[in-house]
Write a protein that binds this ligand. Structure first.
Ligand code: COM
Length: 503
Protein backbone atom coordinates (compact mmCIF):
# COMPACT_ATOMS: atom_id res chain seq x y z
CA UNK A 1 0.00 0.00 0.00
CA UNK A 2 1.33 3.38 -0.88
CA UNK A 3 1.39 5.68 2.09
CA UNK A 4 0.46 9.33 2.21
CA UNK A 5 3.28 9.99 4.66
CA UNK A 6 6.37 8.12 5.91
CA UNK A 7 7.80 8.18 9.43
CA UNK A 8 10.55 6.50 11.43
CA UNK A 9 8.05 5.57 14.10
CA UNK A 10 4.30 5.70 14.57
CA UNK A 11 3.17 6.04 18.17
CA UNK A 12 -0.31 4.61 18.46
CA UNK A 13 -1.63 6.64 21.40
CA UNK A 14 -0.53 10.06 22.63
CA UNK A 15 -0.63 9.53 26.39
CA UNK A 16 2.38 9.76 28.69
CA UNK A 17 4.35 6.99 26.98
CA UNK A 18 3.49 8.08 23.44
CA UNK A 19 4.14 11.75 24.05
CA UNK A 20 7.44 11.30 25.84
CA UNK A 21 8.55 8.53 23.48
CA UNK A 22 7.82 10.57 20.37
CA UNK A 23 9.53 13.64 21.86
CA UNK A 24 12.61 11.60 22.74
CA UNK A 25 12.75 10.01 19.31
CA UNK A 26 12.53 13.39 17.64
CA UNK A 27 15.25 14.75 19.94
CA UNK A 28 17.44 11.84 18.84
CA UNK A 29 17.03 12.94 15.21
CA UNK A 30 14.08 10.70 14.28
CA UNK A 31 10.81 11.50 12.57
CA UNK A 32 7.83 10.42 14.71
CA UNK A 33 4.06 10.54 14.25
CA UNK A 34 1.56 10.30 17.08
CA UNK A 35 -1.90 8.92 16.36
CA UNK A 36 -4.35 10.25 18.93
CA UNK A 37 -8.12 10.36 18.95
CA UNK A 38 -8.85 12.57 21.95
CA UNK A 39 -6.12 14.57 23.61
CA UNK A 40 -2.38 14.41 24.15
CA UNK A 41 -1.36 13.48 27.68
CA UNK A 42 -3.89 10.66 27.89
CA UNK A 43 -6.01 10.08 30.97
CA UNK A 44 -3.68 12.06 33.24
CA UNK A 45 -5.49 15.34 33.00
CA UNK A 46 -8.86 13.85 32.06
CA UNK A 47 -9.36 11.72 35.13
CA UNK A 48 -6.08 10.44 36.60
CA UNK A 49 -2.89 12.05 38.00
CA UNK A 50 -3.57 15.74 37.41
CA UNK A 51 -7.26 15.37 38.20
CA UNK A 52 -6.55 13.34 41.36
CA UNK A 53 -3.98 15.88 42.48
CA UNK A 54 -6.53 18.66 42.12
CA UNK A 55 -9.31 16.73 43.87
CA UNK A 56 -6.90 15.71 46.65
CA UNK A 57 -6.07 19.40 47.19
CA UNK A 58 -9.75 20.31 47.42
CA UNK A 59 -10.44 17.38 49.74
CA UNK A 60 -7.51 18.47 51.91
CA UNK A 61 -8.94 21.96 52.14
CA UNK A 62 -12.35 20.53 53.06
CA UNK A 63 -10.79 18.36 55.77
CA UNK A 64 -8.74 21.22 57.17
CA UNK A 65 -11.71 23.59 57.23
CA UNK A 66 -13.63 20.96 59.16
CA UNK A 67 -10.75 20.59 61.63
CA UNK A 68 -10.12 24.27 62.21
CA UNK A 69 -13.63 25.71 62.04
CA UNK A 70 -14.20 27.80 65.16
CA UNK A 71 -10.97 26.65 66.85
CA UNK A 72 -8.21 28.95 68.08
CA UNK A 73 -8.16 32.07 65.96
CA UNK A 74 -10.17 30.50 63.11
CA UNK A 75 -13.71 31.73 62.43
CA UNK A 76 -16.51 29.26 62.08
CA UNK A 77 -16.67 28.21 58.45
CA UNK A 78 -19.84 27.51 56.54
CA UNK A 79 -19.28 23.92 55.51
CA UNK A 80 -22.76 23.02 54.28
CA UNK A 81 -21.91 24.02 50.72
CA UNK A 82 -18.91 21.72 50.39
CA UNK A 83 -19.54 19.54 47.39
CA UNK A 84 -17.54 17.08 45.33
CA UNK A 85 -19.83 17.72 42.36
CA UNK A 86 -18.85 21.42 42.47
CA UNK A 87 -15.18 20.51 42.80
CA UNK A 88 -15.25 18.40 39.65
CA UNK A 89 -17.36 20.91 37.77
CA UNK A 90 -14.55 23.44 38.19
CA UNK A 91 -12.03 20.91 36.95
CA UNK A 92 -14.17 20.17 33.90
CA UNK A 93 -14.41 23.87 33.13
CA UNK A 94 -10.83 24.87 33.83
CA UNK A 95 -8.53 21.90 34.35
CA UNK A 96 -9.42 19.69 31.43
CA UNK A 97 -9.33 22.34 28.69
CA UNK A 98 -6.27 24.04 30.19
CA UNK A 99 -4.24 20.83 30.31
CA UNK A 100 -5.54 19.79 26.91
CA UNK A 101 -4.30 23.00 25.34
CA UNK A 102 -1.02 22.98 27.24
CA UNK A 103 -0.24 19.42 26.16
CA UNK A 104 -1.04 20.22 22.54
CA UNK A 105 0.96 23.44 22.61
CA UNK A 106 3.98 21.78 24.19
CA UNK A 107 3.89 18.77 21.86
CA UNK A 108 2.96 20.37 18.57
CA UNK A 109 4.19 23.97 18.79
CA UNK A 110 7.21 23.66 21.05
CA UNK A 111 8.45 20.18 20.26
CA UNK A 112 7.23 20.12 16.66
CA UNK A 113 5.63 16.67 16.90
CA UNK A 114 3.30 15.54 14.12
CA UNK A 115 -0.09 14.34 15.30
CA UNK A 116 -2.68 12.51 13.20
CA UNK A 117 -5.91 13.31 15.02
CA UNK A 118 -8.66 10.74 14.92
CA UNK A 119 -9.53 7.10 15.48
CA UNK A 120 -6.59 5.17 14.06
CA UNK A 121 -6.66 1.74 12.51
CA UNK A 122 -3.60 -0.49 12.42
CA UNK A 123 -3.53 -2.02 8.95
CA UNK A 124 -0.25 -3.90 9.34
CA UNK A 125 2.87 -3.45 11.41
CA UNK A 126 4.09 -0.60 9.24
CA UNK A 127 0.83 0.99 8.22
CA UNK A 128 -1.78 2.97 10.10
CA UNK A 129 -4.89 4.62 8.74
CA UNK A 130 -6.45 7.72 10.25
CA UNK A 131 -9.44 9.48 8.68
CA UNK A 132 -8.85 7.81 5.32
CA UNK A 133 -5.18 8.80 5.17
CA UNK A 134 -2.42 6.17 5.41
CA UNK A 135 0.83 6.59 7.28
CA UNK A 136 3.84 4.31 7.08
CA UNK A 137 6.33 3.82 9.86
CA UNK A 138 9.56 1.88 10.10
CA UNK A 139 8.47 1.03 13.64
CA UNK A 140 5.08 0.85 15.34
CA UNK A 141 4.76 1.57 19.05
CA UNK A 142 1.57 0.59 20.83
CA UNK A 143 0.76 3.06 23.61
CA UNK A 144 -2.95 2.45 24.08
CA UNK A 145 -3.02 2.62 27.87
CA UNK A 146 -5.44 0.77 30.09
CA UNK A 147 -9.04 0.94 31.29
CA UNK A 148 -10.74 0.17 34.58
CA UNK A 149 -11.41 -3.52 35.08
CA UNK A 150 -15.13 -4.21 35.41
CA UNK A 151 -15.83 -7.05 37.84
CA UNK A 152 -18.07 -9.83 36.65
CA UNK A 153 -21.08 -9.16 38.89
CA UNK A 154 -24.65 -8.10 38.09
CA UNK A 155 -25.37 -4.39 38.13
CA UNK A 156 -22.13 -2.86 36.87
CA UNK A 157 -23.93 -1.17 33.97
CA UNK A 158 -26.35 0.75 36.20
CA UNK A 159 -26.37 4.54 36.34
CA UNK A 160 -24.34 5.75 39.33
CA UNK A 161 -21.96 2.80 39.09
CA UNK A 162 -18.71 4.59 38.41
CA UNK A 163 -15.06 4.00 37.78
CA UNK A 164 -12.32 6.59 38.17
CA UNK A 165 -13.15 7.67 34.61
CA UNK A 166 -16.59 8.87 35.72
CA UNK A 167 -15.34 10.82 38.72
CA UNK A 168 -14.90 14.12 36.80
CA UNK A 169 -18.41 13.75 35.41
CA UNK A 170 -20.41 13.40 38.61
CA UNK A 171 -23.29 15.87 38.85
CA UNK A 172 -24.53 15.23 42.39
CA UNK A 173 -22.71 14.19 45.55
CA UNK A 174 -23.58 10.66 46.64
CA UNK A 175 -24.93 10.30 50.15
CA UNK A 176 -23.64 6.76 50.53
CA UNK A 177 -20.88 5.47 48.33
CA UNK A 178 -19.62 1.88 48.27
CA UNK A 179 -16.17 1.47 46.76
CA UNK A 180 -15.41 -2.01 45.47
CA UNK A 181 -11.64 -2.44 45.74
CA UNK A 182 -9.25 -1.27 48.46
CA UNK A 183 -6.15 -0.64 46.39
CA UNK A 184 -4.48 2.67 45.78
CA UNK A 185 -7.33 4.09 43.69
CA UNK A 186 -10.16 2.83 45.91
CA UNK A 187 -8.61 4.01 49.18
CA UNK A 188 -7.74 7.45 47.83
CA UNK A 189 -11.26 7.88 46.41
CA UNK A 190 -12.67 6.86 49.80
CA UNK A 191 -10.72 9.60 51.58
CA UNK A 192 -11.63 12.17 48.92
CA UNK A 193 -15.38 11.56 48.98
CA UNK A 194 -15.44 11.34 52.78
CA UNK A 195 -13.97 14.84 52.93
CA UNK A 196 -17.18 16.06 51.27
CA UNK A 197 -19.38 14.28 53.80
CA UNK A 198 -20.29 11.26 51.73
CA UNK A 199 -20.67 8.14 53.87
CA UNK A 200 -18.10 5.75 52.41
CA UNK A 201 -17.66 1.97 52.69
CA UNK A 202 -14.74 0.13 51.08
CA UNK A 203 -15.14 -3.55 50.20
CA UNK A 204 -11.89 -5.36 49.38
CA UNK A 205 -11.61 -8.97 48.25
CA UNK A 206 -8.20 -9.61 49.81
CA UNK A 207 -6.20 -7.05 51.80
CA UNK A 208 -6.27 -3.28 51.33
CA UNK A 209 -3.01 -1.62 50.26
CA UNK A 210 -1.35 -5.02 50.51
CA UNK A 211 2.08 -3.90 49.35
CA UNK A 212 2.36 -1.02 51.83
CA UNK A 213 4.27 -1.12 55.10
CA UNK A 214 2.18 -2.28 58.06
CA UNK A 215 2.55 1.01 59.89
CA UNK A 216 1.38 3.08 56.95
CA UNK A 217 -1.59 0.75 56.48
CA UNK A 218 -2.32 0.97 60.18
CA UNK A 219 -2.09 4.74 60.08
CA UNK A 220 -4.49 4.92 57.13
CA UNK A 221 -6.96 2.52 58.75
CA UNK A 222 -6.85 4.61 61.93
CA UNK A 223 -7.43 7.77 59.93
CA UNK A 224 -10.38 6.16 58.13
CA UNK A 225 -11.83 5.06 61.45
CA UNK A 226 -11.65 8.61 62.72
CA UNK A 227 -13.34 9.85 59.56
CA UNK A 228 -16.06 7.21 59.73
CA UNK A 229 -14.99 5.40 56.56
CA UNK A 230 -15.79 1.71 56.94
CA UNK A 231 -13.38 -0.83 55.50
CA UNK A 232 -14.06 -4.56 55.05
CA UNK A 233 -11.43 -7.03 53.85
CA UNK A 234 -11.88 -10.61 52.61
CA UNK A 235 -15.16 -9.63 50.94
CA UNK A 236 -16.83 -11.44 48.05
CA UNK A 237 -19.07 -8.95 46.25
CA UNK A 238 -22.14 -10.70 44.78
CA UNK A 239 -24.15 -7.99 43.04
CA UNK A 240 -25.14 -4.36 42.84
CA UNK A 241 -28.83 -4.31 43.64
CA UNK A 242 -31.20 -1.84 42.06
CA UNK A 243 -34.82 -0.88 41.81
CA UNK A 244 -34.08 1.13 38.72
CA UNK A 245 -31.32 3.01 40.52
CA UNK A 246 -28.50 1.77 42.72
CA UNK A 247 -29.85 0.53 46.04
CA UNK A 248 -27.15 -1.57 47.69
CA UNK A 249 -24.09 -3.72 47.20
CA UNK A 250 -24.65 -7.30 48.26
CA UNK A 251 -21.54 -9.06 49.54
CA UNK A 252 -20.40 -12.01 51.57
CA UNK A 253 -18.33 -11.02 54.60
CA UNK A 254 -17.02 -13.75 56.89
CA UNK A 255 -19.56 -16.23 55.51
CA UNK A 256 -22.50 -13.85 56.01
CA UNK A 257 -24.36 -12.15 53.17
CA UNK A 258 -24.72 -8.45 53.94
CA UNK A 259 -26.36 -5.61 52.07
CA UNK A 260 -24.53 -2.29 52.04
CA UNK A 261 -27.11 0.39 51.18
CA UNK A 262 -25.83 3.10 48.85
CA UNK A 263 -26.82 5.49 46.09
CA UNK A 264 -23.54 5.17 44.17
CA UNK A 265 -20.82 2.61 43.62
CA UNK A 266 -17.22 3.12 42.53
CA UNK A 267 -15.52 0.13 40.91
CA UNK A 268 -11.80 0.14 41.72
CA UNK A 269 -10.66 -3.44 41.26
CA UNK A 270 -7.74 -2.76 38.95
CA UNK A 271 -6.84 -1.95 35.39
CA UNK A 272 -6.97 -3.88 32.12
CA UNK A 273 -4.53 -3.07 29.30
CA UNK A 274 -6.10 -1.93 26.02
CA UNK A 275 -4.28 -4.46 23.87
CA UNK A 276 -7.16 -5.42 21.56
CA UNK A 277 -6.18 -3.15 18.66
CA UNK A 278 -3.04 -5.16 18.06
CA UNK A 279 -4.42 -8.72 18.23
CA UNK A 280 -4.30 -9.24 14.45
CA UNK A 281 -0.55 -8.55 14.27
CA UNK A 282 0.33 -11.76 16.10
CA UNK A 283 1.78 -9.93 19.07
CA UNK A 284 1.98 -11.99 22.24
CA UNK A 285 -0.65 -11.07 24.82
CA UNK A 286 -0.30 -12.17 28.47
CA UNK A 287 -2.96 -13.41 30.85
CA UNK A 288 -3.76 -9.91 32.13
CA UNK A 289 -4.50 -8.74 28.59
CA UNK A 290 -1.09 -7.05 28.54
CA UNK A 291 1.25 -6.89 25.56
CA UNK A 292 4.32 -8.93 26.44
CA UNK A 293 7.57 -7.01 25.94
CA UNK A 294 11.25 -7.47 26.67
CA UNK A 295 13.36 -4.99 28.66
CA UNK A 296 13.81 -2.92 25.51
CA UNK A 297 10.00 -2.61 25.06
CA UNK A 298 10.07 -4.90 21.99
CA UNK A 299 7.17 -7.25 21.34
CA UNK A 300 7.69 -10.65 19.70
CA UNK A 301 6.95 -9.07 16.29
CA UNK A 302 10.06 -7.35 14.92
CA UNK A 303 9.58 -3.62 14.57
CA UNK A 304 6.56 -3.54 16.91
CA UNK A 305 7.06 -2.06 20.38
CA UNK A 306 4.69 -1.50 23.28
CA UNK A 307 4.97 0.98 26.13
CA UNK A 308 3.04 2.16 29.17
CA UNK A 309 -0.09 0.69 30.74
CA UNK A 310 -0.79 -1.51 27.73
CA UNK A 311 2.19 -3.62 28.82
CA UNK A 312 0.60 -4.39 32.21
CA UNK A 313 1.50 -3.51 35.78
CA UNK A 314 2.95 -1.54 37.47
CA UNK A 315 0.65 1.15 36.07
CA UNK A 316 2.76 4.22 36.82
CA UNK A 317 3.21 7.31 34.75
CA UNK A 318 6.96 7.21 35.39
CA UNK A 319 7.09 3.72 33.90
CA UNK A 320 5.07 4.79 30.88
CA UNK A 321 7.21 7.82 30.16
CA UNK A 322 10.46 5.92 30.62
CA UNK A 323 9.33 3.03 28.47
CA UNK A 324 8.51 5.53 25.73
CA UNK A 325 12.05 6.82 25.99
CA UNK A 326 13.56 3.31 25.93
CA UNK A 327 11.58 2.33 22.82
CA UNK A 328 12.64 5.56 21.12
CA UNK A 329 16.30 4.92 21.80
CA UNK A 330 16.08 1.37 20.48
CA UNK A 331 14.27 2.45 17.33
CA UNK A 332 17.08 4.95 16.79
CA UNK A 333 19.66 2.17 16.89
CA UNK A 334 20.78 2.30 20.53
CA UNK A 335 20.53 -0.52 23.00
CA UNK A 336 18.40 0.74 25.86
CA UNK A 337 16.89 -1.46 28.57
CA UNK A 338 14.60 -1.05 31.54
CA UNK A 339 16.69 -0.87 34.72
CA UNK A 340 14.90 -2.99 37.30
CA UNK A 341 17.38 -2.19 40.06
CA UNK A 342 15.94 1.32 40.40
CA UNK A 343 13.13 1.01 42.96
CA UNK A 344 9.78 2.51 42.05
CA UNK A 345 8.40 4.96 44.59
CA UNK A 346 4.67 4.83 45.20
CA UNK A 347 2.21 7.34 46.55
CA UNK A 348 -1.39 7.64 47.72
CA UNK A 349 -3.50 10.66 48.64
CA UNK A 350 -5.19 10.45 52.03
CA UNK A 351 -6.40 14.05 52.30
CA UNK A 352 -5.34 16.19 54.01
CA UNK A 353 -2.13 14.12 53.98
CA UNK A 354 -0.34 11.79 51.61
CA UNK A 355 1.50 8.50 52.01
CA UNK A 356 4.67 7.75 50.08
CA UNK A 357 7.01 4.76 49.99
CA UNK A 358 10.08 3.41 48.27
CA UNK A 359 12.11 0.23 48.78
CA UNK A 360 11.31 -2.58 51.17
CA UNK A 361 8.54 -2.68 53.73
CA UNK A 362 9.54 -3.68 57.24
CA UNK A 363 8.14 -7.19 56.67
CA UNK A 364 10.12 -7.60 53.44
CA UNK A 365 13.27 -6.24 55.08
CA UNK A 366 12.91 -8.66 58.04
CA UNK A 367 12.86 -11.58 55.58
CA UNK A 368 16.06 -10.39 53.97
CA UNK A 369 18.21 -9.11 56.84
CA UNK A 370 19.11 -10.61 60.25
CA UNK A 371 18.64 -7.34 62.01
CA UNK A 372 17.21 -3.94 61.18
CA UNK A 373 17.51 -0.45 62.43
CA UNK A 374 14.23 1.44 62.24
CA UNK A 375 14.45 5.20 62.45
CA UNK A 376 11.07 6.73 63.02
CA UNK A 377 8.78 9.29 64.55
CA UNK A 378 6.55 9.07 66.42
CA UNK A 379 8.33 6.57 68.64
CA UNK A 380 6.11 6.10 71.64
CA UNK A 381 2.53 5.46 72.46
CA UNK A 382 0.40 8.17 70.93
CA UNK A 383 -1.87 9.99 73.32
CA UNK A 384 -5.62 9.41 73.00
CA UNK A 385 -8.54 11.77 73.20
CA UNK A 386 -6.41 14.80 72.73
CA UNK A 387 -8.18 18.08 73.16
CA UNK A 388 -7.27 20.53 70.43
CA UNK A 389 -4.83 23.31 71.34
CA UNK A 390 -3.68 21.67 74.54
CA UNK A 391 -0.31 20.32 75.54
CA UNK A 392 -0.10 16.89 77.04
CA UNK A 393 2.58 16.65 79.72
CA UNK A 394 4.97 13.88 78.91
CA UNK A 395 4.50 14.22 75.21
CA UNK A 396 8.27 14.33 74.82
CA UNK A 397 8.21 10.56 75.14
CA UNK A 398 6.02 10.19 72.17
CA UNK A 399 7.82 12.04 69.44
CA UNK A 400 6.52 14.94 67.45
CA UNK A 401 5.81 13.89 63.90
CA UNK A 402 5.83 17.31 62.29
CA UNK A 403 5.91 17.02 58.59
CA UNK A 404 7.21 20.26 57.30
CA UNK A 405 4.45 22.56 56.21
CA UNK A 406 1.97 24.61 58.14
CA UNK A 407 -0.81 22.09 58.14
CA UNK A 408 1.27 19.40 59.71
CA UNK A 409 1.98 21.53 62.73
CA UNK A 410 -1.60 22.68 62.64
CA UNK A 411 -2.87 19.13 62.60
CA UNK A 412 -0.74 18.48 65.65
CA UNK A 413 -1.80 21.60 67.55
CA UNK A 414 -5.40 21.64 66.42
CA UNK A 415 -6.14 18.14 67.30
CA UNK A 416 -6.47 14.48 66.90
CA UNK A 417 -2.83 13.70 66.50
CA UNK A 418 -3.04 12.77 62.85
CA UNK A 419 -0.04 14.59 61.57
CA UNK A 420 1.95 11.75 60.13
CA UNK A 421 4.59 9.10 60.32
CA UNK A 422 8.20 8.91 59.15
CA UNK A 423 10.06 5.64 58.93
CA UNK A 424 13.43 4.76 57.45
CA UNK A 425 14.71 1.18 57.50
CA UNK A 426 18.46 0.54 57.62
CA UNK A 427 20.51 -2.64 57.34
CA UNK A 428 22.86 -2.07 60.31
CA UNK A 429 25.66 -4.23 58.88
CA UNK A 430 26.14 -2.33 55.64
CA UNK A 431 24.69 0.90 57.16
CA UNK A 432 22.59 1.19 53.99
CA UNK A 433 18.97 2.19 53.80
CA UNK A 434 16.61 -0.44 52.44
CA UNK A 435 13.25 1.36 52.61
CA UNK A 436 11.54 4.66 53.34
CA UNK A 437 7.92 5.16 54.37
CA UNK A 438 6.10 8.38 55.03
CA UNK A 439 2.72 9.84 55.88
CA UNK A 440 2.58 13.60 55.98
CA UNK A 441 2.06 16.77 54.10
CA UNK A 442 3.61 15.26 51.03
CA UNK A 443 7.05 13.87 50.33
CA UNK A 444 6.76 13.00 46.65
CA UNK A 445 9.68 15.21 45.69
CA UNK A 446 12.07 13.66 48.19
CA UNK A 447 11.03 10.13 47.27
CA UNK A 448 11.93 10.64 43.61
CA UNK A 449 15.52 11.15 44.71
CA UNK A 450 15.44 8.63 47.56
CA UNK A 451 14.63 5.99 44.96
CA UNK A 452 17.93 6.72 43.21
CA UNK A 453 19.88 6.96 46.47
CA UNK A 454 18.54 3.56 47.54
CA UNK A 455 19.73 2.09 44.29
CA UNK A 456 23.17 3.61 44.84
CA UNK A 457 23.46 2.03 48.29
CA UNK A 458 23.02 5.27 50.25
CA UNK A 459 24.24 4.95 53.83
CA UNK A 460 23.14 6.54 57.08
CA UNK A 461 26.52 8.30 57.23
CA UNK A 462 26.00 9.91 53.83
CA UNK A 463 22.51 10.98 54.86
CA UNK A 464 23.86 12.50 58.07
CA UNK A 465 26.22 14.56 55.93
CA UNK A 466 23.47 16.28 53.93
CA UNK A 467 22.29 19.83 54.58
CA UNK A 468 18.68 19.82 55.61
CA UNK A 469 16.35 22.77 55.33
CA UNK A 470 14.35 22.57 58.50
CA UNK A 471 11.34 22.05 58.76
CA UNK A 472 11.17 19.68 55.87
CA UNK A 473 8.67 17.21 54.64
CA UNK A 474 10.13 13.94 55.79
CA UNK A 475 12.88 14.51 58.37
CA UNK A 476 15.05 11.62 57.26
CA UNK A 477 18.24 13.67 57.33
CA UNK A 478 17.97 14.90 60.89
CA UNK A 479 16.51 11.67 62.26
CA UNK A 480 19.35 9.72 60.72
CA UNK A 481 21.98 12.17 61.94
CA UNK A 482 20.83 11.75 65.52
CA UNK A 483 21.94 8.13 65.50
CA UNK A 484 24.52 7.96 62.72
CA UNK A 485 27.37 8.49 65.18
CA UNK A 486 26.97 4.95 66.51
CA UNK A 487 29.87 2.70 65.46
CA UNK A 488 27.52 -0.27 65.64
CA UNK A 489 24.06 0.74 64.64
CA UNK A 490 21.31 -0.29 66.96
CA UNK A 491 17.66 0.45 66.42
CA UNK A 492 16.36 3.04 68.80
CA UNK A 493 12.76 2.33 68.20
CA UNK A 494 11.11 -0.93 69.04
CA UNK A 495 7.63 0.48 69.04
CA UNK A 496 4.76 -1.56 67.82
CA UNK A 497 1.38 0.00 67.13
CA UNK A 498 -0.56 0.54 70.31
CA UNK A 499 -3.74 -0.19 68.46
CA UNK A 500 -4.15 -2.30 65.37
CA UNK A 501 -6.67 -0.35 63.35
CA UNK A 502 -6.55 -2.88 60.54
CA UNK A 503 -8.48 -5.41 62.64
C1 COM B 1 0.60 14.68 31.87
C2 COM B 1 0.53 13.72 30.78
S1 COM B 1 -0.86 15.62 32.01
S2 COM B 1 2.03 13.50 30.05
O1 COM B 1 2.72 12.37 30.67
O2 COM B 1 2.83 14.72 30.25
O3 COM B 1 1.83 13.26 28.64
Amino acid sequence: MEADEEYDAIWFGGGASGRFGAAYLKARGGNPLIVEKKGLGGECHECRCAFENYVADQASMAELLKSYSGLGWYSKFELGENSMAKVVEIYRKVGQPAFHDAMTHQSVEQLGLDVAWGEGKIIDKNTVEVNGKTYRGRALIIAMGSRPTIPDIPGTDLKNVWTYKDHPEIQKDPEKLVIIGGGKIGMAKAAMFAAFNTEVTVLEKYKCLAKWDWEVRNWIFGDFKRKGIKVFEGVEVKEIKSDGKVEAVVAEVNGKVIEFPCDAVMLAVGLTPNSEAIAHLGVKIGNQNEIVIDKGCRTNVPGVYAVGDVTGPPYFMAVARKQGMIAARNIMGENAEWDDTLPLPDHIYIPPLEATMVGLTEAEAREKYDDLMIIRVPWGERPRNIKPLTYIPGFENQGLPVCGRTHSLNLFFYGENRNGLHKAIVDPKSRRYVGFHHVGDGAKTAFQYLSYLLQQGWTIDQMADLHEIFLNAEHFVQLSRLVAGQKELKGYSAQTATEDYTK
